[in-house]
Design a protein around this ligand. Structure first.
Ligand SMILES: Nc1ncnc2c1ncn2[C@@H]1O[C@H](COP(=O)(O)OP(=O)(O)O)[C@@H](O)[C@H]1O
Ligand SMILES: [Mg+2]
Length: 246
């Protein structure tokens, strides 16, 4: 290991030894400035990559490839404002409501990835997975560690509320997570169920009412419509039997 590499390690910066030849030399100041610019770029890229990894997105989606035309925005927020992520600074929530395959999860991921690119911490959960993890840690007496980890995220994505009902303990623990997030972090929720049917998922009437109350107090509710894109994509991939025969 070169002495330069050793020094960079101690300074906790990228290895200059391997970057020296990447910058053209004109004069000292220009050379050092551009070299350090490169070090800074690498640090930022690594940080974003780390944030994306920590967020545990199920797949990667970008806003550039997203079609917003099937979304009805509330008066409180428009597309531009959502994409700018201003709502995160204001600790507001986004609730994405619509049937299966209409692009809710994809948008939640794309917003999450943009947030990571801005240096924000995000944590993506399929809500049933979070519920199971909460119950598991609760049973082991280790709930506080998980709660702390969740509360560190500036954006908490709770995906797919509505497909699977939660048991009493899971409902109570999810309620705690949502209560803790209030005015402290933004939640993005995706659901196929109107709020009126959330009791079917969380069981208890009063708990469900209190939970919805906390979510919607500072929330923008986006309605997703149209046919399932998943179905349309599958139909497009399907072999065209009738055409082949003729
Ligand atoms: N508005 C959209 N723009 C781009 N792709 C979309 C859109 N809506 C759905 N898709 C695509 O359709 C599939 C299902 O979308 P998904 O986000 O999982 O839907 P949902 O979470 O509402 O069930 C994904 O492959 C996604 O890329
Ligand atoms: Mg989904």
């Amino acid at each position: 290991m070169s002495r330069l590499t050793e020094i960079c390690k101690e300074l906790k910066i990228a290895d200059l030894d391997s970057l020296l030849s990447e910058v053209p030399f004109k004069e000292e100041r220009q050379y050092v400035t551009e070299l350090m610019e490169l070090v800074l770029d690498k640090r930022n890229t690594n940080r974003v990559q780390r944030l994306i990894k920590q967020a545990k997105f199920p797949t990667l989606k970008t806003l550039e490839e997203y079609d917003f035309t099937k979304i009805t925005f509330p008066l409180s927020i428009d597309q531009e404002s959502i994409v700018s992520l201003d709502f995160v600074e204001r600790r507001e929530n986004i609730c994405m409501l619509g049937s299966c395959g209409t692009g809710k999860t994809s948008l939640a991921i794309a917003l999450g990835i943009k947030a990571c690119a801005q240096g924000k911490t995000v944590r993506f959960y399929r809500t049933i997975d979070l519920a199971n993890e909460l119950v598991e840690q609760y049973d082991k007496g280790k709930l506080s560690g998980l709660m702390k980890k969740i509360s560190k995220a500036e954006i908490l994505v709770l995906d797919e509320i509505g497909y699977v009902p939660f048991n009493k303990r899971a409902s109570e623990l999810l309620f705690s997570v949502i209560s803790n997030s209030y005015e402290h972090q933004s939640i993005i929720i995706t659901t196929n169920l109107d709020f009126g049917r959330w009791t079917e998922v969380f069981g208890d009437d009063r708990l469900t009412a209190a939970l919805i109350d906390r979510i919607v107090h500072h929330a923008h509710i986006l309605a997703f419509s149209g046919p399932s894109m998943r179905l349309e994509q599958a139909m497009a991939r399907r072999p065209k039997i009738s055409e082949e025969k003729t």
